[in-house]
Design a protein around this ligand. Structure first.
Ligand SMILES: *Cc1c(COP(=O)(O)O)cnc(C)c1O
Length: 369
């Protein structure tokens, strides 16, 4: 492969010394779970986001689950989720015993649509989970207003959009409680599984801490039936290093995305990412849409260019959710995105000439025949 879909080569090379030092520090500390490194990362991530609380946890799915549990969501409740998202958003709701209720996205931004959310609210609805998909902030003002009107909680799934904003406010700081993932490929990625919950609310923060640590505030005294969903010291040390680079790397992603957008404009049959007013995009993924998706992917593959599909099957059509009885055609916008979307390489270390090369091959594809 000439240009892989994702490569950690540049970021790893850039950070080798700092990461090795972080490893040594934790190794020599002889303290590997819930110590100073986790505390330091939590305050650093909270400061980055200008939010009062950050609780480091085991991964993004657990961060979503703990956020919902802290709100008291469980069996008999409904949570509105996007029909097009990574399945983790739905699974977190299912883990609590509540029902994920899908709402369609906007055809332009591919993020959950406020009118669609509104049409899904029932007396059982407890929360809305907007997902800032591909790195673009959802239109949060309308969502927060709707939630206020109906007395609902908002849990942002910020796994893909660390550093994005909506009218100047950072994603992961607008909902009542919010979750993010530091899976290695995310904009802020650990060297393994990791995640975090962010909130302004003292009570919810404390609940997440207790739930994620065996239901215990004081060691060996358990207040509730909790879980082991802790962030470990090693990942917290690595994340402190990588957080210093998040803004720089997001800028790099945006620059590469801008180049794609410039090079690929005005190709009939190819839809480029579209931004909502007031929302920024940190390009976790650069997703184009085309009816010739499979052929285009094949064409790029032959030119040594790696691409992926995020995601080929929307959650409602997954076997895992066959029990809900959804059918093809129930969520046409999500289904059309699944059938037409293609993610192009975008990551720190990808070169401008790579974007040019990829763009040329895409143009060739549309000029063929
Ligand atoms: C990655 C991701 C998650 C889950 O994060 P993990 O750390 O893999 O558990 C949740 N939601 C979205 C939108 C994601 O992209």
């Amino acid at each position: 492969m000439k240009i892989p879909f994702l490569s950690f080569e540049m970021s790893n090379n850039q950070l080798r010394e700092e990461m090795t030092a972080a490893f040594s520090r934790v190794f020599e500390s002889r303290w590997y779970v819930l110590g100073e490194e986790v505390k330091k990362f939590e305050s650093k991530y909270a400061e980055f986001n200008k939010i009062k609380h950050c609780i480091g946890v085991s991964n993004g799915l657990d961060a979503l689950f703990l956020s919902l549990k802290a709100l008291g969501i469980g069996a008999g409740d409904e949570v509105i989720v996007p029909s097009n998202t990574y399945i983790a958003s739905w699974l977190a709701v299912s883990y609590t015993g509540a029902i994920p209720v899908p709402a369609e996205p906007s055809r332009e931004t591919m993020n959950i649509d406020v009118q669609e959310i509104s049409s899904k609210i029932t007396p059982l609805t407890k929360a809305i989970m907007p997902v800032h998909l591909y790195g673009q902030s959802c239109e949060m003002e309308g969502i927060m207003e709707l939630a206020d009107t109906h007395g609902l909680f908002v849990v942002e799934d910020n796994a893909q959009a660390q550093g994005a904003t909506c009218n100047g406010k950072l994603t992961g700081t607008m909902g009542h409680i919010n979750a993010t993932s530091f899976y290695p490929g995310k904009n802020l990625g650990a060297l393994g599984d990791a995640g975090a919950v962010t909130t302004k609310d003292d009570f919810l923060a404390q609940k997440v801490r207790i739930l994620g640590n065996y239901g215990s505030e004081k060691k060996y005294y358990n207040e509730v039936v909790g879980y082991n969903m802790r962030l470990d010291e090693m990942q917290a040390a690595f994340l402190q290093v990588k957080l210093n680079y998040l803004e720089e790397w997001n800028r790099e992603r945006k620059k590469l995305a801008g180049l794609y957008t410039e090079n690929l404009k005005n190709i009939p049959g190819l839809t480029l990412p579209q931004l909502a007013e007031g929302c920024t995009h940190v390009y976790h993924l650069y997703v184009v849409r085309t009816r010739d998706r499979d052929d285009l992917q094949q064409h790029l593959q032959l030119a040594g260019i790696g691409t992926l599909i995020h995601y080929p099957v929307p959650p409602h059509l997954q076997k895992a959710y066959s029990g809900f009885g959804f059918r093809k055609g129930d969520f046409p916008v999500a289904e059309s995105i699944a059938d037409t979307c293609l993610s192009l390489p975008v990551y720190p270390g990808l070169r401008e000439e790579d974007v040019k090369y990829i763009s040329e091959h895409i143009r060739n594809f549309y000029n063929r025949a």
